[in-house]
Design a protein around this ligand. Structure first.
Ligand code: SF4
Ligand code: SF4
Length: 135
């Protein structure tokens, strides 16, 4: 995203702070995109539960969702994100599915989770720029 595009998205923001007041990431003591919107330098666009309370309360109708998604293209994802992506591609779940998970599922009369073949995973991962996860 160019600086000009980001400027356009931020144009109507008055830095009133309402988004930060309702943000659960901020309530937990970390810094979400709402800190950036309030002029702070410490924040991460990846620290977010996607509750969109910030979006709902914004009196200016700032498209915070668009800002978060665009900022994620610029920022390195946190450690562990890559592993989660691989897990989702393999099984549809972010947490790893091992034989213990499937034994437990069978015990509860659930179908075992099917993992996609390693070759398919390789093909799915090939499209990523420089092998990096993109937001
Ligand atoms: S609530 Fe809207 S106007 Fe207020 S700081 Fe957040 S984005 Fe800016
Ligand atoms: S969507 Fe993300 S940034 Fe917005 S209030 Fe929820 S956790 Fe905070």
């Amino acid at each position: 995203m160019s600086e000009r595009d980001l400027d356009a998205l931020l144009e109507d923001c008055t830095q009133c702070g309402l988004c930060r007041e309702v943000c659960i990431v901020e309530a937990l003591g970390a810094h979400s995109i709402t800190s950036l919107l309030c002029g702070e330098e410490q924040y991460s666009s990846w620290l977010c539960s996607s509750c969109w309370r910030c979006q709902e309360v914004c009196p200016q109708g700032v498209d915070i969702h668009a800002i978060i998604m665009e900022m994620r293209r610029e920022e390195e994802p946190p450690p562990g994100h890559e592993a989660n992506l691989v897990n989702v591609l393999r099984s549809g779940y972010a947490l790893p599915v091992d034989s213990g998970v499937n034994s437990s599922r069978i015990l509860h009369s659930l179908e075992p989770v099917q993992l996609i073949p390693a070759k398919w995973l390789e093909i799915l991962l090939q499209g990523r720029e420089g092998g990096k996860t993109r937001g």
